[in-house]
Design a protein around this ligand. Structure first.
Ligand code: DAH
Length: 339
């Protein structure tokens, strides 16, 4: 009898199949309510007492071998079906999904938008492919105006000129054409210039444009807005406005913030002066208002424009503008903790 059971154990252990039906047949044969094991257990009472112990251990071994066999064959079968794209246990936890990171340009753009939206600015956008009117002429840069050379333009077509916008100031024009004052809007977007690529310059980059038009807007309003912005954005409260020239603003200025000279890096990025240029601005030229059908005798306003890369480089101490466009995962992952 014992030999017979041991033989069965050998059979059970040697058994293999990849068929679900065969596993079930096997299970019923050994473990079923009319199976081999049941018969053997029934036999137990007839076994002489001195053999009971060994007999018991052997059928228990047969039972556990049969159970293990069924489980392992079923598992193997599940793994096979999963590889074939059929799900196994649907209650298992899913694959962990890795959290991505926002691109630093988006982080900085969102922050600027957020700061200005708190003081009533809305967000507006315009096309990246522009016509001459919106990128140049309406902004007080008529044909042959020397300031057109300031911006190396990528032309798509000549006559009529179609080009990649060289600045987001084009959105000012589009917005004024469609909206009546009071206007408070900021326009983030991508701009293009035919420039050699280096650590400091790229032919594709991002700007954010601001425009405020209402009755009695003065330079003091502009200055106060800029001060608010630099405080919120950089935590710095010292700015200066240097007279400058832009065709679309009169007077025009460049905005510097006092960054300080506390660290080596401060020294390097401010070239030892402590001051850092962050944007251009000015009072919207009456010609620009006229070009956009806004009465300059009734309304006045200010505008400003800044490069997003420049600000991101400053905030995160990024030494090379090209890093923004390489999409190196080691660079991007560093922004995971920033929202
Ligand atoms: N459009 C200018 C540029 O690309 C930036 C700028 C300067 C925008 C002064 C303005 C402004 O709105 O008032 O360099």
């Amino acid at each position: 009898m014992l030999d017979k059971i041991k033989e069965l154990i050998g059979e059970v252990q040697a058994f293999t199949t990849t068929s679900k039906d065969e596993i079930e047949t096997f299970r019923i044969k050994y473990l079923g309510s009319k199976g081999v094991l049941r018969d053997l257990f029934a036999e137990f009472k007839n076994v002489p007492n001195e053999q009971k112990k060994e007999f018991g251990q052997t059928i228990n071994l047969l039972k556990s071998s049969a159970e293990e066999k069924v489980t392992s064959l079923k598992e193997a079968l599940e793994n096979v079906t999963e590889e074939n794209g059929v799900y196994g246990d649907l209650t298992r936890p899913s694959e962990p999904m890795e959290l991505g990171a926002r691109h630093p340009i988006s982080i900085v753009k969102n922050k600027i938008v957020e700061v200005f939206s708190r003081i009533g600015f809305t967000v507006s956008e315009g096309p990246e492919i522009e016509d001459d009117w919106h990128n140049f002429t309406a902004l007080n840069l008529p044909e042959y105006h020397p300031a057109r050379d300031m911006q190396d333009t990528f032309f798509i077509e000549k006559n009529p000129d179609t080009l990649l916008r060289t600045h987001t100031s084009s959105v000012q024009v589009r917005y004024m054409e469609k909206n009546e004052p009071p206007i408070r809007t900021i326009s983030p977007g991508r701009v293009f210039r035919n420039e050699d690529i280096s650590a400091r310059a790229h032919c594709i980059f991002h700007q954010i444009e601001g425009l405020y038009i209402d009755t009695d807007v003065s330079f003091a309003d502009l200055k106060q807005t800029l001060l608010y912005f630099t405080k919120e954005m950089f935590g710095k409260s010292k700015i200066r406005l240097r007279p400058s020239y832009f065709p679309f603003t009169e007077p025009s200025a460049e905005v510097d913030i006092y960054w300080g000279l506390e660290t080596e890096t401060d020294y390097r990025i401010t070239k030892g002066t402590g001051w850092l240029e962050i944007m251009g601005c000015g009072m919207v030229d009456p010609n620009v208002l006229k070009n956009c059908n806004i009465d300059p005798t009734k309304y006045s306003g200010y505008a400003f424009g800044m490069g997003i890369e420049r600000i991101a480089m400053l905030l995160y101490q990024i030494p090379d503008i090209r890093m923004f466009y390489e999409n190196d995962i080691r660079f991007l992952n560093q922004f995971k903790s920033v929202l």
